[in-house]
Design a protein. Structure first.
Lengths: 423, 158
């Protein structure tokens, strides 16, 4: 039987209350245990054992990230929660913020204690106004009960949490852009090194973690790192995964599975109820719009970080967008590319210029004026962005272009031959 | 310079000041708060925000112009932002946008002559499993179809 940690609490707005959290979810028992019975190092050790990997997209082990924060520091240390959720296709953190905000607060409390942070920030995307209100209300409740503030649970440890709203910029999901935005600057990614663990928010050592990553921490402390790791079916990824399943499926939604439990096909058929209008599957974007596309023949892959990497794509933020035979992939790629061209912060030439060029070439092809040279140039431009920029946005823009053209070239050629001029 | 931002702005800022180790971190919250008052960010308002925070007015403009949620020109009473990103697009967002343009008699980026509606194209809102979706001011409207969009417009007009 599938074990889930979050899903059973989603769906009812009243579950966001502290009363529900305390009674139905043993709320704050993990934080109490961590602060009174465990040293910060023991907490980090437990999270390392859990095989919790970053849920924002990169899949970096959370415990290891916390281990990078220096024990001694003259500067204030910070834990910053990335609630910018902006990778197209992704809407799972929104569920946590809406229905289990106290889980995130408790995770922040435990994580902050582990790295020695006295003030944690939650950077939430500006559009999530409702979620921000729900979360702020939960923070206020936690302060009232003494779960935040001075001398929590009678311990010497004190913590403040501040909610900081973004203002509409995809790039702020990139951790150093997010830190700049928190500091009141344009959301432009920083040159690394120094990495945030050395110099992050306001110049202090900083860990930046995704909402879902942090919200898993109370479970790790209550059940123990090893049992949490065993929830994952493969060796390297522990716990469960929240999946945002969208596009051409009968039952789109945010689902929770044990890591590595299902193949992509099982997710589409068993959870999603199959393809909308019983059409044929054409393509799947398996990890947010930055993930290279898969064909219908490739979906028997186990849905976890390593198996997807092995076939040249990525799990990213676990956002699966399903595309049926009804969709026009050339137009879809134009839409994806337009997004990256719009969201490129403009600092790095290959990304700023490359994204614009890819968009105009695709525009030309879609409108029936493209040539085979244009198609080759499109791929050439994409290949010259990847790996040449400060942050991953450039790679994110290049991946879809390269994979769409490689796997669905005949559709592009049809436009070039003039068979499709109706755009 | 006479102050134009209301007391509610300054009260809110006073609450936030102790929460940041650097004053500049107040820029995003201050711009949000100012926009709440005026619906957009007029030039003299941005100047006052700059003076309050203690930075050059250009620094405020450089930040305000980076983020799409800050309106640098006036918008209608109801700002409709229709997501046309991948997940919404697969669920009919393009048709919805065409319909909205026809229905309102404006193109995306424009405001109706009566000042009631501004129509914008939005990037992914994080409502992918309830697509297509739009924002109307601060509110999400999800699982949209033409009928639901129409009903929303009728309600908003009242």
């Amino acid at each position: 039987m599938r074990q889930t940690l979050f899903a059973q609490h989603f769906g009812k707005p009243s579950n966001a209350s502290l009363a529900y959290y305390l009674t139905a979810m043993h709320g704050y028992a993990s934080a109490r245990k961590a602060l009174s019975e465990m040293t910060p190092d023991q907490v980090i050790e437990e999270v390392k054992k859990s095989n919790l990997r970053g849920r924002g997209g990169a899949g970096f082990p959370t415990g290891m990230k916390w281990g990078f924060i220096p024990k001694q520091s003259e500067k204030q240390k910070y834990l910053v929660c990335n609630a910018d959720e902006s990778e197209p296709g992704t809407c799972k953190d929104r569920q946590i913020l809406t229905y289990t905000p106290h889980l995130l607060i408790e995770g922040l409390l435990i994580g902050s204690y582990a790295i020695g942070c006295k003030h944690a920030y939650v950077y939430i995307r500006g559009e999530y106004t409702h979620e921000a209100k729900v979360f702020q209300k939960a923070v206020d409740e936690a302060y009232e009960k003494g779960f935040l503030g001075k001398n929590i649970f009678g311990s010497p440890y004190s913590l403040d949490i501040t909610l900081h709203r973004g203002a509409g910029a995809y790039i702020c999901g990139e951790e150093t852009a997010l830190l700049n935005s928190l500091e009141g600057k344009r959301g432009e990614p920083r040159v690394k090194p120094p990495f945030p663990a050395q110099s992050g928010a306001f110049g202090g050592p900083t860990a930046v973690n995704n909402v879902e990553s942090i919200a898993n921490v109370p479970f790790i402390i209550s059940m123990g790192g090893e049992p949490f790791a065993k929830l994952g079916k493969l060796d390297k990824s522990g716990g469960t995964r929240l999946i945002s399943l969208s596009g051409h499926v009968k039952k789109p939604g945010v689902y929770e599975i044990q890591a590595g439990e299902l193949t992509l096909r099982q997710i589409i058929d068993d959870l999603g109820g199959g393809i909308l209008n019983d059409r044929k599957l054409k393509a799947v974007i398996p990890g947010g719009s930055s993930a290279p596309v898969l064909t219908a023949e490739e979906v028997d892959v186990v849905y976890d970080i390593e198996p997807l990497m092995k076939i040249g794509t990525m799990m990213g933020s676990a956002a699966i967008m399903v595309v049926s035979e009804d969709a026009d992939l050339v137009k879809l790629l134009l839409r994806i590319t337009k997004f990256y061209a719009h969201e490129s912060c403009g600092q790095c030439t290959p990304c700023r210029e490359g994204c614009q060029w890819m968009e105009s070439l695709l525009h030309k092809i879609v409108h029936g004026h493209g040539s085979t040279d244009d198609l080759n140039l499109l791929v050439d431009v994409a290949q010259n962005i990847g790996g040449k920029t400060l942050c991953a946005l450039g790679d994110a823009a290049a991946g879809p272009v390269i994979s769409f053209v490689k796997k669905f070239r005949p559709e592009f050629e049809e436009y070039i031959k003039g068979a499709k001029h109706h755009a | 310079m006479a102050k134009i931002l209301p007391e509610v702005f300054y009260n809110e800022m006073k609450k936030l000041e102790p929460r940041y180790p650097q004053r500049k971190a107040l820029i995003l919250p201050a711009l949000h708060e100012a926009q709440k008052v005026y619906g957009w960010l007029p030039s003299d308002v941005m100047d006052e925000v700059a003076e309050f925070i203690g930075v050059h007015p250009a620094q405020i403009r450089e930040v305000a112009s980076f983020y799409t949620m800050y309106n640098l020109k006036p918008v209608g009473k109801v700002h409709l932002k229709i997501c046309t990103n991948v997940a919404c697009c697969l669920r009919g967002a393009d048709e919805l946008m065409d319909y909205a343009e026809k229905k309102l008699g404006i193109k995306k980026g424009e405001t109706t002559p009566d000042g009631l509606f501004t129509l914008s194209e939005e990037e992914c809102l994080g409502a992918c499993t309830t697509a297509p979706a739009m924002m109307a001011n601060d509110e999400y409207v999800e699982n949209l179809d033409l009928q639901k969009f129409n009903d929303f417009l009728e309600r908003a007009k009242k």
